[in-house]
Design a binder for this molecule. Sequence first.
Ligand SMILES: Cc1cc2nc3c(=O)[nH]c(=O)nc-3n(C[C@H](O)[C@H](O)[C@H](O)COP(=O)(O)O)c2cc1C
Length: 196
Amino acid sequence: MTHPVTPEISNLDQIASDQWLSLATAAHDRHHAWHTPTLANVGEGIAQLRTVVLRSADPDTRILSCHTDSRSPKVIQLTEDSRFSWHFYDRDAKIQLRAYGNAWTHQGDELARQRWQDGAWRSAQCYRTPLAPGETCTEADLDINAPVDRATGEEHFVVLACEIDQFDWLFLRVEGHRRARFLWEAGRWRGEWIAA
Ligand SMILES: Cc1cc2nc3c(=O)[nH]c(=O)nc-3n(C[C@H](O)[C@H](O)[C@H](O)COP(=O)(O)O)c2cc1C
């Protein structure tokens, strides 16, 4: 199938706003290809990659967020280097998006409490364990027999928020891939074409 040159792939301003619209949709639609991005940072001298669930994407604040454990390596590494990258790929839409920004965490504050109440407590089993993610343990330690209890685990729950200041959009096309870089400058997304 050929792709006509439409504003969706030729107007840089529209491309920028469309990506944010897709991100916002993906955060609320668990079937969206962008709902489970790869989140990356640099830790221990190497790229650290992991799948996370995209929990929010706000075009106005440019903040993406996910939920995680305050004891996880990525949160500990964040204090050394707050640069994080997000990778999204939608096979059907033929779009790869990479977003870059500075991250921080919310723990025990209003936002974290709200997210916990709104449903993060359903993952209480992940956060209630006395073991930090990545810690060596026994096989038996990995089985949790107690029922989910929203009163447990919140002490290790954090919202990892990341303010995006740059992204890289790639649209695969038989007639020549389209690729553009976007930088947040002077209060707007400034896009430029780059070779694919
Ligand atoms: C589909 C899927 C979704 C996941 N979602 C999250 C998530 O939202 N937050 C999270 O911390 N880990 C999530 N994980 C687990 C991470 O990929 C990773 O194993 C864990 O966070 C430890 O990463 P770290 O050692 O780099 O901190 C998910 C894994 C999969 C396969």
